[in-house]
Design a protein around this ligand. Structure first.
Ligand SMILES: Cc1cc2nc3c(=O)[nH]c(=O)nc-3n(C[C@H](O)[C@H](O)[C@H](O)COP(=O)(O)O)c2cc1C
Ligand code: SF4
Length: 364
C-alpha cells in the first residue's frame, strides 16, 4: 500500500535519478579518525542507510581545508589521500539503489583555533560568542584559496565515486557567513550588495561546473534565515535561490538558523503533527520562485505529513537527520507499512563525541 505513495516515486536532481523522495540530511557523525580519514564504522553507518532504502544520502560536512575544520572526528576531503577512504563509503552505498552526495564545508568563524590550527576565518572580523572567537577578516587571496579548496574537494568527491556534492551554505559556516549581511560587512567585491555577498558561492559553482563532467549533481544547502536581527532574511534567500538556479545548480535543500542566534537548525522537543516541518514554509516560499527540486526539512516525523508536503507541492523531497540516527531502516519500514511515524522525540541526546547514536533507544 505504502509503496504506491508519491514518496516512493523517483525524481531527478540534474543528471542524477533519486529512487524515492527520502533524503538523509547531512549529519556529522563524529566517527572519522582524528585526521579525518574514513573509518569502518562510517562505512557501516552508510551501508545501513542504503540497506534501509534512503533515496539520497548526504554525508556529514566534510572539511575542504584544515582551516575549515569545524569539529573533532569530522570527515576530511582536503587532500587527495582522502579519496581512497571515501571510495569505501560510495562502494558500500552503491551496492544498493541509493545515491550519495558529499557535503562540502568550511567552518569559517564557527571553530576553535586549536581545531583549525589557525585564527578562524570570516568575511569580516565579527566576534563569534558561542565559540568565543574573534576571527580574522579574509584577504582577497584567502578567498580565492577557499574557492580553489571547494573545487578540489569536489573533484575528489567525484573521483571517490559520489553522485554529487552539496555546498554547505547554511548554519553560519563560512559560505553562509558570506551571504549574511551580519557577518559580511566588506566593502569590496565580496561584500555589500547581495550579488557581492553571493560572489564566492557563484565562483565556486562556476568552477565546479567546469570540471564536474557528466552524471555529477551540484546542490546547495541554504540558510533561509539566520534568526539574527541584522542577519539574512527569507526575502533575500529567495533571491539567492533564484540566482543559484540561474547559475545551474541541480537542487536546493532549505534550512536555517545560527548558533549565536540561540536558534539553530536542530530544534529540540516533540512537536505536534501540525508543527512538523519547521523550515517547510520557507522551503515552499523558495520553491515558488524556482523550478529546480527543493528539499524540505525540520522536525518532520510522520509519513502522512511527508506525503502532504509533496502532494501540496510545498517541496519535492523530504529530508531528515535524527530519525535516521534513531532508525536507519525507517524508509524500508514506511514502505512495508510497518510504521507510520518516526520514534525520534527530538531530544538531541544523539550528539556524542564517540559517535552519534540514539540515547533513547538504549534506554529501551
Ligand atoms: C548529530 C547531527 C549532526 C548534524 N550535522 C550536520 C552537518 O554536518 N551538516 C548540516 O548541514 N547539517 C547537520 N545537521 C542538521 C541536520 O542536517 C538537519 O538539518 C536537522 O537536524 C533538522 O532535521 P531533523 O529534525 O530531521 O533532525 C546535523 C544534525 C544532527 C542531529
Ligand atoms: S537521541 Fe534518539 S530520540 Fe533523541 S533526538 Fe537523537 S535520535 Fe532522536
Amino acid at each position: 500500500m505504502k509503496a504506491k505513495s508519491i514518496l516512493f516515486t523517483p525524481i531527478k536532481l540534474g543528471p542524477i535519478e533519486i529512487p524515492n523522495r527520502f533524503v538523509r540530511s547531512a549529519t556529522h557523525d563524529f566517527l572519522a579518525e582524528k585526521d579525518g580519514s574514513v573509518t569502518d564504522k562510517q562505512v557501516l553507518l552508510f551501508t545501513h542507510l542504503a540497506k534501509g532504502e534512503v533515496g539520497l544520502i548526504i554525508t556529514g560536512h566534510a572539511y575542504v581545508s584544515l582551516q575549515g575544520k569545524a569539529s573533532p572526528y569530522q570527515i576530511a576531503v582536503d587532500e587527495d589521500k582522502s579519496i581512497e577512504g571515501l571510495q569505501n563509503i560510495t562502494e558500500a552505498v552503491h551496492a544498493y539503489p541509493s545515491r550519495i552526495f558529499l557535503q562540502l564545508s568550511h567552518a569559517g568563524r564557527q571553530t576553535k583555533p586549536k581545531l583549525c590550527q589557525c585564527t578562524p576565518q570570516s568575511p569580516s572580523a565579527v566576534y563569534e560568542p558561542i565559540y568565543k572567537v574573534m576571527p580574522k577578516e579574509m584577504t582577497s587571496q584567502e578567498i580565492h584559496q577557499v574557492i580553489e579548496d571547494f573545487v578540489s574537494a569536489s573533484r575528489r568527491a567525484k573521483q571517490a565515486g559520489f553522485d554529487g556534492v552539496q555546498l554547505h551554505v547554511a548554519h553560519g559556516y563560512l559560505l553562509s557567513s558570506f551571504i549574511s549581511p551580519y557577518t559580511n560587512r566588506r566593502q569590496d567585491e565580496w561584500g555589500g550588495t547581495l550579488a557581492n555577498r553571493l560572489r564566492i558561492v557563484v565562483e565556486i559553482i562556476r568552477a565546479i561546473k567546469r570540471i564536474r563532467g557528466q552524471d555529477f549533481a551540484l546542490t546547495v544547502k541554504l540558510n533561509s534565515t539566520d534568526f539574527l536581527p541584522q542577519g539574512l532574511k527569507l526575502e533575500e534567500s529567495v533571491k539567492i535561490a533564484a540566482e543559484l538556479e540561474r547559475e545551474g545548480i541541480d537542487g536546493i535543500e532549505v534550512s536555517g538558523g545560527t548558533a549565536e542566534a540561540g536558534q539553530g537548525s536542530i530544534w529540540k522537543g516533540l512537536r505536534s503533527e501540525d508543527q512538523e516541518g519547521y523550515f517547510i514554509q520557507s522551503a515552499a516560499r523558495i520553491k515558488s520562485a524556482i523550478s529546480i527540486p527543493v528539499i524540505g526539512l525540520g522536525g518532520i516525523r510522520s509519513f502522512s505529513i511527508m506525503e502532504k508536503f509533496i502532494q501540496e507541492g510545498q517541496v519535492d523531497l523530504i529530508s531528515m537527520s535524527r530519525p535516521f540516527i534513531r532508525a536507519p531502516y525507517l524508509v524500508k519500514k514506511f514502505r512495508e507499512g510497518k510504521i507510520k511515524k518516526s520514534e525520534c522525540i527530538s531530544c538531541n541526546k544523539c550528539f556524542n563525541l564517540r559517535g552519534i547514536s540514539c540515547a533513547e533507544l538504549k534506554r529501551g
